[in-house]
Design a protein around this ligand. Structure first.
Ligand SMILES: NC(=O)c1ccc[n+]([C@@H]2O[C@H](COP(=O)([O-])OP(=O)(O)OC[C@H]3O[C@@H](n4cnc5c(N)ncnc54)[C@H](OP(=O)(O)O)[C@@H]3O)[C@@H](O)[C@H]2O)c1
Length: 309
C-alpha cells in the first residue's frame, strides 16, 4: 500500500519529509515516478494532470492538498465510489482570517493609495473609512468563513453572513438561501467571498450582485477565481458599484501577464496565498486520513459529492 503525491508543478520534499516523520513506515510515492501503480491506495492532489487518477485501480480515497476540492470533483477519471476529503487545519483558518482582516485594514486606511503616492514622492493625507460605517458580509460560513467572522466580530466590525443554512455565531446576522441573498447584499459594503465552487456558485460575483451592495462597495475574493465574472468587476468600478477589490484567486492562474487587472489601481492582487497549508499540519491530517481509509473508517473532512463541497 502506498500514498501518492500528485501535482503538475510542486516541490513535495518538505511534505514528504513531514509525512515520513509522522509515520516512518509510510510508503510515499511522488508522481510521475511511480513504481507499482497497483500499490497506490491513497492519493493527495493539487492541480493534478487530467485523467491521471484513472491509472490507479486500487485507490481507496483521495485528498485535496487544500480546502478546495473542485479539481477532484471535476475529474472524470476518479471512480464515483472513491471518497474525497480535504485539508483543513487551524493554521489555514488563522491565515485566512488574518488575510481578510489585513485586506480590510489596507482598504479602510487607504494604504494602496499611499503605495502609489510614495512612488511620486507625494505627501498627501487621506482619510480613514470609519469602522462603524462599514458592514462586512461574508458569503460562505464554512471552515474558513466562520473563522473570519469570529475574528472580525472580535475586532468590532458589524458582520453578517450568507450560507445555505442559518448559522448562529456571536454578534453575526445570519442570512440563508437564495431568498435572503438580496437583504444580505443590501446590508453589506465590504463583501468577502468564501463560498466553495459549485454549479450554483460559479459566476455568482457578477454585475447584478455588485449593484445590490451598499455603497461604497469593496470586494475581497478568496474563494475561487471562477466565482467572479472578471469583466463585470471592471463594469462595477465604472458604474460606481465598487470602489476596489482585493483578489487572491483568478479564472486563470498564474494570472496572465497581459491581464487587464494588473494595470487597475483599484485592484490589489495576491497570487493565491491567502492561506497555505503548513507541511507538518498537513502531514498529521493526511496520515490520519490514510489510516482511516486503509481500515475502512469515515474520513475527516470528507466531501459530500452530491452537494459539491
Ligand atoms: N485563497 C486561498 O488561499 C484559499 C484557502 C482555503 C480555502 N479557500 C477557498 O475558500 C472557500 C471556502 O472554503 P471552506 O473550507 O470554508 O468551505 P466549506 O467549509 O465547504 O464551507 C462552504 C460554505 O459555503 C456555503 N454554501 C455552499 N453553497 C452555497 C450556496 N449555493 N448558497 C449559499 N451558501 C452556500 C455553505 O453553507 P452551509 O454551511 O449551509 O452548508 C458553507 O457555509 C473555498 O472556495 C476554498 O477553495 C481559498
Amino acid at each position: 500500500m502506498s500514498l501518492l503525491l500528485v501535482a503538475k508543478k510542486r516541490d513535495f520534499s518538505s511534505l514528504e519529509n513531514a509525512l515520513l516523520e509522522k509515520d516512518p513506515n509510510l510508503d510515499v510515492e511522488i508522481w510521475p515516478r511511480v513504481d507499482k501503480k497497483e500499490r497506490v491506495t491513497f492519493a493527495v492532489c493539487w492541480d493534478h494532470p487530467e485523467k491521471v487518477l484513472g491509472n490507479y485501480p486500487n485507490l481507496r480515497a483521495v485528498s485535496s492538498l487544500g480546502a478546495g476540492v473542485n479539481h477532484l470533483l471535476d475529474d472524470k477519471s476518479l471512480d464515483d465510489d472513491v471518497p474525497i476529503c480535504r485539508l483543513i487545519t487551524g493554521s489555514l483558518q488563522e491565515q485566512m482570517a488574518e488575510y481578510v482582516l489585513n485586506a480590510i485594514l489596507n482598504y479602510r486606511h487607504n494604504f494602496y493609495d499611499y503605495v502609489e503616492l510614495k512612488k511620486k514622492g507625494s505627501w498627501e493625507q487621506k482619510g480613514i473609512i470609519p469602522k462603524d460605517n462599514t458592514s462586512v458580509g461574508i458569503m460562505g460560513l464554512g471552515e474558513m468563513g466562520k473563522h473570519v467572522a469570529t475574528l472580525l466580530e472580535q475586532q468590532g466590525y458589524k458582520v453578517s453572513g450568507w450560507s445555505r443554512s442559518k448559522k448562529e455565531l456571536k454578534g453575526m446576522d445570519s442570512f440563508a438561501g437564495k431568498e435572503e441573498l438580496d437583504p444580505f447584499l443590501n446590508a453589506t459594503n465590504i463583501l468577502i467571498n468564501l463560498l466553495p465552487l459549485t454549479p450554483e456558485t460559479d459566476g455568482i460575483l457578477d454585475l447584478e450582485l455588485f449593484k445590490k451592495l451598499k455603497k461604497p462597495g469593496y470586494l475581497i475574493n478568496v474563494g475561487r477565481g471562477d466565482h467572479l465574472v472578471e469583466e463585470d468587476l471592471i463594469y462595477a468600478f465604472d458604474m460606481g458599484y465598487l470602489q476596489g477589490a482585493c483578489l487572491d484567486v483568478f479564472e486563470e492562474e498564474p494570472l496572465p501577464k497581459n491581464h487587464s487587472f494588473w494595470n487597475r489601481k483599484q485592484i490589489m492582487i495576491t497570487p493565491h496565498v491567502a492561506a497555505i497549508t503548513p507541511a507538518k499540519e498537513a502531514a498529521e491530517l493526511l496520515v490520519e486520513n490514510y489510516k482511516r481509509a486503509m481500515s475502512g473508517m469515515e474520513l475527516l473532512y470528507e466531501v459530500d459529492r452530491e452537494r459539491g463541497y
